[in-house]
Design a protein around this ligand. Structure first.
Ligand SMILES: NC(=O)c1ccc[n+]([C@@H]2O[C@H](COP(=O)([O-])OP(=O)(O)OC[C@H]3O[C@@H](n4cnc5c(N)ncnc54)[C@H](O)[C@@H]3O)[C@@H](O)[C@H]2O)c1
Length: 392
């Protein structure tokens, strides 16, 4: 075991949340009943993760009744024509919202109002005021609202967080990296995310930049205080339709603790499929992570660079907890989602879970998105995140 000391019980997650009371409380010693709304890429992963944790899939709902029926047959559950009827169904304890971004607020609002715990995909909302209101609704109701910032659940991410908290780098002075994809590189490539009415005014930043910011804030324990951003539409027309949402976002930032940093966010970078990477550097050392090689962490000082390998016997307890396979047997993205769902269900049952990304973190990500858009609209001017004009 390393000599790194264990992080004290964290500020993150719903620790301190009052135990669930009211109509849900007497049912939580049973297998959780769950609903999945939006059985696309993420919805199918959520359904599988829910079942791995022993939940009962009460039903799925899609954009049309026939799609819901087809998904229900494929997933071996009921297909609901009406997503709200499923979200508020008596047998449902937890609603997983995996639909396009513009539907998150009405669905999450209805589910919380019906006393359901909610896992809602990011971005929680396309506006900060709505995201903040949802966080407040969940808090006031004593319900869990969780958002899948799943990259937090890599064991080596937890290891980086523990080591930084233990002072392994000295005081961090530089945080940098990026999130690069190439799936929207061609002018024939499109998706509902490109359409501002469905995805929101920001695309690259709201879709993937929010993951990067959440991850580096989580790992460093620091927060972005002010940022300056540029956004760029590299492909002005897709399939003949004018594009208004950015393909690329660049940010420079200052943190609350006095570090500086930058990130390049792009969905049009050839050769990069899902390259979320960061480095946190201090006077003593630097730690680097790349989610395309997530079983490793690069630890450098001036003399040498070490490649730390995921080996539960050698990790801090907080990281070993997420290491489910023996070393050398790669863990990946889906393992992160499974771990996230497991932690969310533990929180639903009343446990204090360290590092669970909740609706407050989700609302912060939307505020950062608004700060990026405000800065870019002002020609790249510095924007104080707490004072972003549209932030609630
Ligand atoms: N956390 C992550 O790592 C991660 C990764 C990918 C996507 N996401 C998020 O997950 C959400 C879904 O993305 P995806 O890639 O799975 O999209 P997708 O297009 O693959 O799936 C969307 C699903 O929602 C259904 N749908 C559309 N409108 C609906 C409505 N009004 N009611 C019910 N169902 C409806 C569609 O039929 C489809 O099944 C998005 O918010 C996205 O940002 C998160």
């Amino acid at each position: 075991m390393t000599s790194v000391r264990q992080r004290p019980k964290s500020r993150c997650g719903p620790a301190g949340r009052p135990p669930t009371v009211g109509p849900m409380a007497d049912r939580l010693d049973h297998p959780l009943g769950v609903a999945v709304i939006g059985p696309g890429f993420m919805g199918r992963l959520h359904a599988r993760a829910a079942r791995l944790h022993g939940a009962r899939l009460i039903g799925v709902a899609g954009s049309t009744a026939s799609r819901a029926q087809a998904a229900g047959r494929e997933l071996g559950t009921a297909g609901f024509a009406d997503p709200v009827a499923l979200a508020t169904h008596d047998d449902v304890d937890v609603v997983h919202i995996c639909t396009p971004n513009d539907t998150h607020v009405p669905l999450a609002t209805a589910a919380l109002a019906a006393g359901k715990h909610v896992i809602c995909e990011k971005p929680l909302a396309t506006g900060a005021a709505e995201a903040t209101a949802l966080a407040e609704q969940a808090r006031a109701a004593g319900l869990v609202g969780a958002v899948p910032f799943v990259y937090r659940f890599y064991p080596m991410v937890r290891e980086a967080r523990e080591r930084i908290a233990a002072g392994a780098l000295g005081r961090p002075h530089l945080i940098h990296g990026g999130y690069l994809q190439d799936w929207l590189l061609g002018s024939e490539d499109t998706n509902w995310r490109v359409d501002e009415a469905r995805g929101g005014r920001s695309r690259a930043f709201a879709d993937i930049g929010c993951h990067w910011c959440d991850l580096v804030e989580f790992v460093s324990g620091d927060r972005i205080a002010a940022l300056a951003a540029q956004v760029h539409v590299a492909i002005p027309e897709r399939r003949g339709v004018a594009v208004t949402t950015e393909d690329i976002a660049l940010i420079s930032f200052r943190t609350e603790a006095g570090a500086v940093g930058s990130a390049v966010i792009s969905q049009v970078s050839a050769g990069h499929k899902n390259r979320l990477h960061f480095e946190v550097a201090g006077a003593g050392a630097a730690l680097g992570f790349d989610q395309e090689a997530p079983d490793h962490l690069r630890l450098s000082d001036r003399d040498a660079t070490h490649l730390l390998t995921r080996d539960p016997d050698r990790l801090t307890p907080a990281a070993a907890r997420y290491s489910r396979l023996p070393p050398g047997h790669p863990q990946g993205y889906e393992d992160c989602l499974v771990a996230f769902v497991g932690d969310t269900y533990a929180a639903v049952r009343g446990a204090a879970v360290d590092g669970l990304p909740d609706f407050e973190h989700a609302a912060r990500a939307v505020r950062l998105t608004e700060a990026v858009l405000a800065s870019a609209a002002g020609g790249g001017a510095w924007v104080d995140v707490a004072r972003t004009p549209q932030a609630a």
